[in-house]
Design a protein around this ligand. Sequence first.
Ligand code: CA
Ligand code: CA
Ligand code: CA
Length: 497
Amino acid sequence: MKKIKKPYLLSALLLATFVMACHDDTITDEPAVKGKTSSVQFQSVELAIAENVKDYIIKLPLAGKATKAGEIIIRVNAAKSAFDLKPAAPEDNLHLPVAVNDESVQFSITPKDNTIIDGDVVVEFTIAQTSEGIVLGDKKSLKLTITDNEIPTTANFSIDKTSIKETVTNGIELSITLSAPAPGTGTLNVSAQSDLLVYNHNYITQPAAENGILTLPVKEGDTQLSFRILPVDDARFNGSRELKLSLTTAEGAVSRGLNKEHTLTITDDELSSKPKGYTSGDGFWSVKREYVYDEVSGRIKEVHWEQNTPGTLKGVDHYQYDNSGKLIGMKLNAVDQVVFTWEENRIVKKERFRENVLKEYSLYGYDQAGNIGEVSDYYVQKDGSMPMSFRFVYLYYNDGNLYKQLTYQPIEGKDEEYVLISTKTYEHYINISNPFTMVNILPNVNSQPNLATTYRIEANGTNTLYELSYELDEEGKPIRRTARSGNTSEKVSYYYY
Ligand SMILES: [Ca+2]
Ligand SMILES: [Ca+2]
Ligand SMILES: [Ca+2]
């Protein structure tokens, strides 16, 4: 006998006496509680097995051999389609026969194995009934978890970036690769986000996105998913804009891999190839200009400029137009106001005001071909007077390219008499369009429609010739200009939208 604690000692002794007296088989019909009993229970209350095991044996030990033949009934609580039992369990009851001297009863379970992600199944076995001579131990029930042995397939964007022209309105298909055929059904969500692109306005998706989320269903066996982005073609100069696509959530037979992001650039046909700006200089000094265009009209809206000499100066000039699109002014870096005066469809005067006070002005004269032939600059002096400071004369080739700029200064005290102080000469041009003139006379005028290949400057008794060479992009637009003279060279880089 096992040790028994004191309060039960007496009854235990009585029971022991009784058992010893009644060990004879002749009294097997006596109530079991009065006879020798064995107890039955599960070995544990919880257990997990994989979906793909076969004939897994679940044993219920009998503490004390069985003294009588009988049976133990175990109630099975689960969707029975998930497994087979041996013996079978009609009406959810497993009948396990017990023979005399049995030390255990058992049954086996074979889960239904499949290739799909169908989740775990929990089966509860409960000892519902025992025959005479068998009592219940503590572990009356077993919670058996049949774990699904399929793992989700992994979804990754096939590539991380693409671009599409706004005009390709049937769109682009973007694919998502699955690492293995999908073991079941699932759902993958893709978010579409952009600072500049608005759904329905600038693009749509197939399947349609709801609140920026596309829902892609996954079918069993799928090895790839895809969706389409369809740009909306508009007439606006809206430039290249990025759409960020992200795999946000995955459910069921699919999980997210490492390549969760894809950037789609929608390029604009209106702004495409327009001059964006340039940088020039070397390590010590540099100049930068960037042009920003109005989205509706396509006209230059702002010029962002920066100078490093080596101290940095930068600012933004805003161009101002009237209703007909004429450039009527510029706000320079939010300080100075430039006003253009037009006559017969051309600018004849430019004035610069600071706090409404005129600081300088220029007068423009045109030659017979309509080119600007002469410019006179007038600056305010300390005494408040505004004499002419410089006079420029421009000479052109027949095709409108600038040939020579002559710079004069008035001779003090002598009316209408000038001294030539410098000339710039462009002796050769090549037949390639030049979006960035080297001589900005007025912002709405290109004095060099073609690329110049030489540039000569004569000033202070010197005469320097620069050879200009260009690097072109695949569309034939200049992307770099190198000016060489002797051992010195200077580079300018040009950029486009
Ligand atoms: Ca499965
Ligand atoms: Ca367009
Ligand atoms: Ca556009």
